[in-house]
Design a protein around this ligand. Structure first.
Ligand SMILES: *Cc1c(COP(=O)(O)O)cnc(C)c1O
Length: 235
């Protein structure tokens, strides 16, 4: 796998998109999405200087994270079931995929038991796709104060997945809407939300142009994802 070349190419693409939009590359963090990849691949990415990794399943992360250097940071980016909140709080420094009030409440309870405060993002289903998890746009604003009041969660921003398309321009209105929604949330809370997690391998430039602060990259970095060896257990 040409990991180093892939990373160079990604950094060059992001630098150009930053240039075009008057941003500096240090305002865009790269997450390596390591789901389905073995610890050896993750270690290789870490040795190139990558520090932030994204996993979709608690079960898989629980097996892999202990095998890797403790200095790496891990975010959960896949749907979380309430019965896995305790493990998620123990494993991840951020949960980006908070998609309901009951889940937020359970995460706060589990964080309290582990004497932690957990940074979260709210996952928003901007395009309203039936196949995707996430809050509807309006639900975010009506639930925001309740989530913000939970004692052991800290809202750091918003996350979204654009509808799948081979044309990155199709993602632009989705990313723009998430940017606008973050501003509305900031006004309502009277506080700045530093993180806008949007953009993947196929649409990273558009995401940067629309204000993303965190790009989640799987395929562009690692190549095509291996199929899972074992059946996922619904984690
Ligand atoms: C798998 C995944 C990614 C990475 O997708 P690529 O297209 O391979 O870059 C990003 N975000 C989430 C939430 C994912 O599940």
């Amino acid at each position: 796998m040409a990991l180093a070349e892939n990373l160079d190419r990604i950094r060059a693409r992001i630098a150009i998109a930053c240039d075009r939009s008057g941003r500096t590359p240090d305002t865009v963090e790269l997450m390596a999405v390591s789901k389905n990849h073995p610890p050896s691949t993750i270690a290789a990415a870490a040795s190139l200087g990558l520090q932030l990794f994204g996993e979709s399943r608690v079960q898989e992360a629980r097996l892999k994270i202990p095998q890797l250097p403790g200095r790496l940071r891990w975010h959960l980016i896949g749907h979380l079931q309430s019965n896995k909140c305790r493990d998620a709080v123990g494993l991840f420094s951020m949960v980006q995929s908070v998609d309901s009030l009951p889940l937020a409440q359970e995460l706060s309870r589990c964080a309290a038991k582990q004497a932690k405060t957990l940074p979260i993002l709210l996952e928003v289903n901007i395009a309203g796709e039936a196949s995707k998890f996430g809050w509807q746009r309006d639900q975010v604003l009506t639930s925001l104060d309740l989530i913000n009041a939970l004692p052991k969660l800290e809202i750091h921003g918003l996350m979204t997945l654009a509808p799948y398309s081979t044309d990155p321009e199709r993602a632009r209105p989705v990313f723009r809407a998430l940017y606008e929604l973050k501003r509305e949330c900031e006004q309502q809370l009277g506080a700045r939300l530093p993180v806008l997690s949007m953009g993947m391998s196929g649409d990273m430039e558009v995401a940067v142009e629309e204000g993303s602060t965190l790009i989640r990259l799987g395929t562009a970095l690692f190549g095509e994802r291996p199929k899972l060896q074992r059946q996922p257990d619904g984690a």
